[in-house]
Design a protein around this ligand. Structure first.
Ligand code: GTP
Ligand code: MN
Ligand code: MN
Ligand code: MN
Ligand code: MN
Ligand code: MN
Length: 220
């Protein structure tokens, strides 16, 4: 369990870096296969390193507020500079995986159409990705460096492979949320997801425990 501190305390500490990430979510009237109500849309992302995490990133509080920095990261990673305020802040903690890093977590509720617009904007960014891959082969021919090296550099710069929706339902044999939870997550983002789902009342305590239990059995 990561050590929790307040936002104010975090900002007075010297020699720490700060990272801000956010769970964007909302209610949905859509149905999976036209019959299973998905009820809520919860967005995470597939990072360049193959881990799941929330959109957001490093913020330097001497240059911008935590919330303005998070908004900037959303613009870079999702294509929309979603406004974020102090009222969206839910927790700050000393990173369990990274020394001298404080991770701040935010939650913001949006409308279904806003979320769908964001998903589209994120795909538009991915279209740039496709274009740039073509440019890469040209650069690699001109500069005589290997395409693979350029692609690695590019993927590290790219950071995000795509937005993903968190399945909040249960299908047969662990399908849905249990399978989702059995993937690998960056830092403590899996714990952030679970506590946010509970805090926002998107799933009951019993449902969350069931999902965690089933995910645990899968990993064995
Ligand atoms: P750069 O452009 O390389 O600076 O990346 P970034 O600013 O987008 O940073 P990134 O999103 O990778 O977050 C910075 C650090 O925060 C990571 O190295 C992780 O240790 C941590 N981190 C990333 N995503 C999450 C998340 O969803 N939750 C938590 N708690 N930590 C995260
Ligand atoms: Mn980023
Ligand atoms: Mn990021
Ligand atoms: Mn960044
Ligand atoms: Mn960056
Ligand atoms: Mn509900």
């Amino acid at each position: 369990m990561a050590e929790q501190i307040t936002r104010e305390d975090a900002l007075t500490r010297e020699g720490y870096r700060h990272a801000c990430h956010i769970m964007l979510y909302g209610d949905s009237s859509a149905k999976l296969f036209g019959k299973i109500p998905i009820k809520h849309i919860v967005l995470m992302q597939m990072r360049f390193d193959g881990l799941l995490g929330f959109p957001g990133g490093l913020v330097n509080p001497s240059e911008e507020t935590l919330e303005a920095g998070l908004s900037r990261e959303l613009h870079e990673e999702v294509g929309v500079a979603v406004p974020v305020g102090v009222d969206n802040h839910v927790s700050s903690c000393l990173s369990p995986s990274c020394p001298r890093l404080i991770t701040h977590f935010y939650i913001k509720k949006m409308t279904e159409s806003e979320l769908k617009e964001m998903e589209k904007a994120a795909v538009a960014t991915a279209t740039d990705h496709g274009l740039e891959v073509k440019t890469l082969s040209v650069i690699s021919r001109v500069c005589k460096c290997t395409y693979k090296i350029l692609l690695c550099i590019f993927l590290i710069c790219l950071q995000v492979l795509g937005m993903v929706r968190v399945p909040l339902y249960f299908l047969k044999n662990g399908g849905g949320l249990p399978y989702f939870l059995s993937h690998s997550f960056i830092s403590n983002s899996r714990a952030q997801l679970l506590s946010a789902l509970q805090r926002c009342g998107l799933l009951s305590q019993g449902e969350l425990e069931k999902a965690v239990r089933q995910a645990e059995q899968m990993r064995r």
